[in-house]
Write a protein that binds this ligand. Structure first.
Ligand code: SF4
Length: 100
């Protein structure tokens, strides 16, 4: 009986962590889907020479440390351009090779 009560407490503890975390994950997906695409005439994009199409195959947003988009997505979020999506094929002067 004591073991069952402990197991229940562990299950509730795990649920207390997993449920809010999954909610954050789902809200992030919904938030990202609503974000507009970065345009090349955006003042910050201009100042960092952002382009939607990198001419250097070894440097693309998808391989940048600041890119947080899904690996199979054509557009994704970037830490440098909050609330805007950047092209996975894009590039700017802040590119930094993704670790790992
Ligand atoms: S920092 Fe620049 S290169 Fe890196 S993901 Fe953002 S826009 Fe792309």
């Amino acid at each position: 009986m004591k073991k069952t009560r402990r197991s229940l407490l562990h299950a509730f503890g795990a649920a207390a962590i997993i449920v809010p975390a999954s909610g954050l994950f789902l809200s992030r997906i919904a938030f990202t889907a609503d974000m507009p695409k970065l345009t090349i005439d955006d003042p910050t994009a201009k100042s960092l020479d952002y382009t939607h199409e990198s001419t250097d195959a070894s440097k693309r947003c998808a391989g940048c440390q600041f890119y947080t988009g899904a690996s199979d997505s054509a557009w994704g979020a970037c830490v440098i351009f909050p609330e805007k999506l950047v092209s996975a094929e894009g590039l700017c002067n802040s590119w930094f090779m993704r670790a790992g």
